[in-house]
Each structure stands twice: as C-alpha cells, then as structure tokens.
Design a protein around this ligand. Structure first.
Ligand code: SF4
Ligand code: SF4
Length: 390
C-alpha cells in the first residue's frame, strides 16, 4: 500500500518549513531511504512565471531550501532546475532564453535560496534532448526530455498545490512538463489539443522520468482559474510520498476535487499501473487528511467544459464555448501572449492584442503566462450554467 504523508505547516518561516518538510519525509522512512551518498539530485520546482513567492504561482523558495538541506544531509548533491513555458518567447536563440530564465529564478526567490544553501541552478535549454518513442500514441509519439534532466541520478518533483485551466489540476505529474526544454512544449500543445491527449503526454513524460519523491508546497496555493490567475488560498499543508499518483490523488482531494480520478493525469497514470488513485488504498501518515479538505472549492471553469467528449463540445460549439479575452484596462502590451500562443491565434490589431477565435485551440497558455492578469476566461451563457452545475 503506498504511503503519503500529510503534515500541517501554517507559514513559510524558514526553520518551521525545514522542520515540517523533514517531518513529512521522516514519516516515509527518512531521507536516506530515498537518497544515497554521492547521488546528483535534481529538485524540480514549479517555476511557471516570474512571480514573487507571495503570488502563490511558483513553488515557495523555503520549501526548496528545506529539500536542498535534506538532500545534503543524506550525502546527495542538490541541483535545482526547470524550463518554464513563458521563458520561451518565440525565439530559438539560447542566449535570449537563458537571459529570460534568470529573471524567473530571481523573482521566485530561488536564486537567493540556492546561493545561500550552495545548490546549483541548472538550465534545461542547453545540453540537448533525449527522444523517447512511445508506441500507439497518435498525437505525441515522440517525447523530448532534456538530456540534463536525464543525467541526474534522481528527480524530486516539487509542485505547488493549484488548479489548472486545461487539465483541472497541476501536481507532481504535471510539474514534470518543465523537463521538456524550449519550444517543444508549445509544439505539444498544438499536437495534443484535447486535455485527455495532453494528459496522456504528461503521463508518458512521468513514466520516463520516474521521480523518486514528490513533495507538494501546499501551504499557500490556488483554486479557481489557476495555475496563475486563480484565487490564492491557504491550505497549510505539505504532502509527500514516493508514489506520485497517490500524492496527486491526496493533494487533489485536499484542494477540493471529489474523486482523484476526475483528474485526467491521475486517472491515466493509475490505469497504466503507474500508481494508486484509490484513496482507500493509500495509507495516510501524519495528520487526518479530511482536516485539510476544502469545502468552498472553485473549479477552473474552462477545464470543466473541456472534460466533455470532443464530439459533444463540437456539436454544441455555438452554444457552449469558452475563450480567452484580453482585458485592455490591465494589458501593458508586453506581447507575451502573442509570442507564446502555439497556433498564432493572437494578433496585434491596433494598440492591443486580439484573440482570433477561429484559430484558438483554448489551451489557455496565454491566460497562464500573462503576468498582468490581463486575460480573462470568457464563457457563453450556457457554458456558465454548465460550469455552475458541475
Ligand atoms: S494580455 Fe497580458 S501577455 Fe498579452 S500583451 Fe497584454 S499584458 Fe502582455
Ligand atoms: S489564444 Fe490563448 S488559449 Fe487560444 S490557442 Fe492561443 S494561447 Fe491557447
């Protein structure tokens, strides 16, 4: 039976977080049962956009600090790395990409923590890719993973507890999408438009990387239209475990989903035998899981509609629709949305960007990556009713 630890942690005070993360790992057998002396360990936070930690978009640096310390305690060598989608702004020039990523590390507070703790920040944009061919995958038969990621002895995935506008929930499995370097992430959005197909890709990535440990930063997170523009919420919890599917199942229950199998990545991974999604078959260690389960949960509106079968959405497309819409009063015309749209559905018309609905595949990358909260999720009247009933 997989074990998942659930530990209360009320704030990001440095020593408190270190103590609580260690407590969560000790419940699972202690850090030496995961990391061996001399191993090179990649700590993979969620670095979605260059936001300050209090915005609850990125994994908090104090969680990363606590993990760096634990890895060192076990005799391992800690590294911290990610390839956030927004750092890839339509350019192939690696120098430009790296310059942009520096801003992410600085804003998120990770540069400071890594400097203080002696952990090296690594980029996935240079060093090449390893290509894995997956049989019977119609949309994404080739999985590109950074060679840098594959060079580590093990990976610890450290997601932030948040909802996701395309696939409902971003957790230990989804967090590994950042191991795909550069513009390939954008290509995947074009290839796997439906959430089920995109989730299948995420599970394939997960099955290749096989993180040794998953640790959720659930002290503050986000529900509603996450992962960057939702409602910031205090969950006061750290969730950890070896089985990433079980950890995602427990974390998604805490955020407010009724059944972990509502989350397509969890459902697919469980079906493939990659982990447990039945809460009755997961041993919860530490505190009572149900003390943390949220009762006033707001689901991401766009993702709910996308969970309907494709044929139904197409049939009802005139009545049930959802699109990103630019809020000109907040837009600073940085053009991040224009450059990051995988299908070039956003054009500059006049002073502000506009979404071309005919081209839009509603991947919600623009909504996710706009740093100024200037992209709203617009729903038709009927779609709004459907979402409120779900
Ligand atoms: S909508 Fe957001 S991302 Fe797009 S140009 Fe305006 S501020 Fe930039
Ligand atoms: S406009 Fe936004 S939601 Fe539509 S395809 Fe482009 S990035 Fe995705």
């Amino acid at each position: 039976m997989p074990k998942v630890s659930v530990v209360r942690c009320d704030n990001y005070e440095k020593e408190l977080v270190c103590k609580k993360v260690e407590e969560a790992i000790n419940l699972l057998g202690g850090i030496t049962s995961f990391i061996k002396t001399g191993e090179n360990v990649l700590i993979k936070p969620n670095l979605l956009s260059p936001k300050k930690p209090e915005k609850a978009v990125t994994t908090h640096p104090e969680i990363v600090r606590a993990i760096i310390r634990l890895v060192k305690k076990a005799g391992g060598i800690p590294f911290v790395g990610d390839s956030p989608g927004g750092a890839v702004v339509g350019s192939n020039e690696s120098t430009r990409l790296l310059a942009t990523i520096d801003k992410y590390w600085l804003e998120s507070g990770l540069t400071k923590v890594c400097d203080e703790e002696g952990a090296k920040l690594v980029s996935f944009e240079t060093g090449g890719v390893e290509i894995f061919r997956i049989k019977n995958r119609k949309y994404t038969p080739e999985v590109f993973i950074s060679k840098t990621v594959m060079s580590f002895d093990c990976v610890i995935t450290v997601p932030k507890l948040k909802t996701h506008g395309m696939i409902l929930f971003t957790g230990a499995i989804k967090n590994l999408f950042g191991c795909v370097p550069g513009l390939r992430k954008s290509t995947y959005h074009k290839q796997a438009i439906h959430p089920d197909n995109f989730s299948q890709l995420l599970v394939d990535i997960f099955s290749i990387i096989k993180p040794r440990l998953s640790i959720f930063d659930g002290i503050y997170g986000m529900d509603g239209n996450g992962p960057s523009a939702g409602r910031i919420k205090k969950f006061a919890v750290i969730v950890a475990g070896k089985d990433a599917v079980a950890v995602d199942s427990v974390a998604s229950k805490i955020i407010g989903f009724k059944d972990p199998n509502e989350i397509p990545t969890t459902k697919i991974a469980n079906k493939q035998g990659l982990g447990e999604s039945d809460l009755s078959k997961i041993e919860i260690l530490g505190e009572n899981l149900f003390d943390f389960v949220q009762k006033d949960f707001i689901k991401p509106s766009n993702a709910i509609l996308k969970m309907f079968p494709q044929w139904f959405v197409s049939l009802m497309s005139k009545l049930i629709w959802t699109y990103p819409e630019i809020n000109e009063s907040k837009c600073v015309v940085c053009k991040m949305c224009v450059k990051s749209c995988p299908v070039e559905a956003i054009e500059m018309i006049g002073k502000y960007p506009r979404v071309n609905r005919k081209k839009c595949i509603t991947c919600m990358c623009c909504h996710e990556l706009c740093n100024y909260y200037a992209i709203n999720v617009r729903l038709s009247w009927l779609a709004d009713k459907v979402v409120k009933r779900k």
